[in-house]
Write a protein that binds this ligand. Structure first.
Ligand SMILES: *Cc1c(COP(=O)(O)O)cnc(C)c1O
Length: 468
């Protein structure tokens, strides 16, 4: 499989180059040169496979030429070995045609583990083959940092440096990063905001000499391999609910559009998905876009679902590329306009075409707290704020006019957001046993000023230490 950039001016790459490159040189995102498809019979043959066997089947076409079947099988086995539910992604039924898929049984209790554990294994394999090392640097406001650390800790060819805004990350989230004892993990508290942390990471990447010196790499949500690994659980759920002989819909709590894009990819590959509902909190750029056809940015506001506090959904660019029939110059034009003016509009026929599959839904903080309370009272299910938005999105923008099963993706364990969950339900959700001592483990954290030279110095010093 070959990969092309959504902006059309970057080299065509193989899977392993795309894995390590992250963003394309022309600022675009890599997508497969064509979408592999499965026939209904192929999909029927997938019934009865374990999650891991299914993952090998679904991801196989995307890594063809870069990994052997045995290598892919090994990566997948290792990736899911530490998950605590035997089904990996279990489905729970809340009502007739009303389902939740729990994507929080990985090491850091959020759905990001499902892809990042695979990406960690792929990095190890491909870097070892090439005799290279990378230093993965990322900024986090919560879930991504801990999932990246859990995926990359103790990997021989990788150092991981995570910048977090000092005092602005929840205690559970901070401790999930700072209590990891691996020598290749470096957590830095920056005296600043999340945006400051992101700006620091951008400046590191912009310094070409530094980038080459330390072999900078990224595992952020635009990495194609993450989207690829997320398509698997759409197949998993659909097979349990009768695909390919029955259609279904999904409701997805959305930030960067990576998760719901994976649902779109699964549909391209042949799954009979009739609807994808994009759930948002008050940062509702996508809901407004689906209503009007105009993408228009507003300032980010904090909410109870911080992993969706995003106003620019980077992965949307991949869908945009498809709806304009892979016209890369047109994508480039729209995104330039967005960067310059904060908005762009898609032609009305394309907007209508999107509405054939997608719906938007938004829920503010009081609504989210109420939803957690109502869902607990009606079903006994305790949901985190992100997942509660997903369930409500499925009910309001799916069930009412669609007579098929709707699956809402539960993207985080409720114990990651204990305060709001306890206020809504009266129950304080307990951390699972493997994290039970999280609040008493020793922490390792380096404080730094909001200064790029200080960050560079720390990276150089830590890498030298680790490689000596
Ligand atoms: C990252 C995250 C999301 C948003 O996912 P995207 O792929 O960025 O749309 C939703 N919920 C939780 C809990 C997350 O960690």
């Amino acid at each position: 499989m070959r990969y092309v950039s959504t902006r059309g001016r970057a080299p065509v790459l193989t899977f392993d180059d795309v894995l390590l490159a992250g963003l394309a040189e022309d600022g675009g995102l890599y997508v497969p040169s064509h979408w592999p498809t499965f026939t209904p019979d192929d999909i029927r043959d997938m019934r009865g496979l374990s999650y891991q066997e299914l993952a090998v089947q679904v991801m196989g076409p995307f890594v063809a030429g870069a990994l052997t079947d045995d290598e892919l099988t090994q990566v997948v086995e290792d990736a899911y070995a530490s998950f605590t539910h035997p089904a990996i992604a279990p489905l729970r039924q809340l009502g007739p045609d009303d389902w939740v898929m729990e994507l929080f049984h990985g090491p850091t209790l959020a759905f990001k583990d499902y892809a990042l554990q695979v990406v960690g294994g792929l990095f190890d394999l491909i870097l070892a083959r090439r005799g290279e090392r990378v230093t993965v640097v990322g900024a986090t406001s919560g879930d991504t940092g801990s999932a990246a650390i859990a995926a990359l800790r103790d990997r021989a060819a990788v150092d991981v440096v995570i910048l977090l805004p000092k005092g602005r990350v929840s205690e559970v989230q901070r401790r999930q990063m700072t209590t990891v004892e691996s020598p290749n993990v470096h957590v830095v508290a920056v005296d600043g905001t999340f945006d400051d942390c992101q700006a620091l990471v951008k400046s590191l990447f912009a310094d070409v000499a530094f980038r080459d010196e330390v072999g900078l790499g990224a595992v952020n949500s635009i990495n194609w391999a993450r989207v690829m690994a997320q398509t698997v659980y759409y197949f998993w759920a659909a097979l349990r609910l009768g695909a390919p002989d029955r259609t279904l819909g999904f409701a997805v709590p959305t930030g960067n559009f990576g998760n719901v894009l994976a649902g779109w990819v699964a549909r391209q590959m042949g799954l009979p998905i009739e609807r994808l509902v994009v759930g948002s909190n008050r940062n509702d750029i996508l809901a407004r876009f689906l209503e009007t056809g105009t993408m228009s940015r507003r300032p980010v506001e904090q909410s109870y679902s911080p992993s969706m506090d995003i106003q620019v959904s980077s992965n949307f660019e991949r869908l945009l590329f498809e709806i304009v029939d892979r016209d890369a110059p047109e994508v480039e034009r729209m995104l330039r306009q967005f960067a310059a003016t904060g908005s762009y509009k898609v032609a009305e026929p394309l907007h209508q075409e999107l509405l054939g599959l997608f719906r938007g839904y938004r829920l503010d903080d009081p609504g989210t707290e109420q939803a957690i309370a109502d869902l607990y009272a009606a079903t006994g299910e305790i949901l985190d704020p992100h997942s509660a938005i997903g369930v409500m999105a499925g009910r309001v923008a799916g069930h009412r006019d669609l007579g098929t099963p709707m699956v809402a993706l539960a993207t985080a364990h409720p114990a990651k957001f204990p305060e709001v969950v306890e206020r809504a339900t009266g129950v304080r959700p307990a951390l699972p046993p493997r994290l039970a001592d999280l609040m008493t483990r020793p922490e390792r954290l380096t404080d730094l000023p909001n200064d790029v030279e200080a960050v560079k110095a720390l990276v150089r010093q830590r890498i030298a230490g680790g490689r000596a």
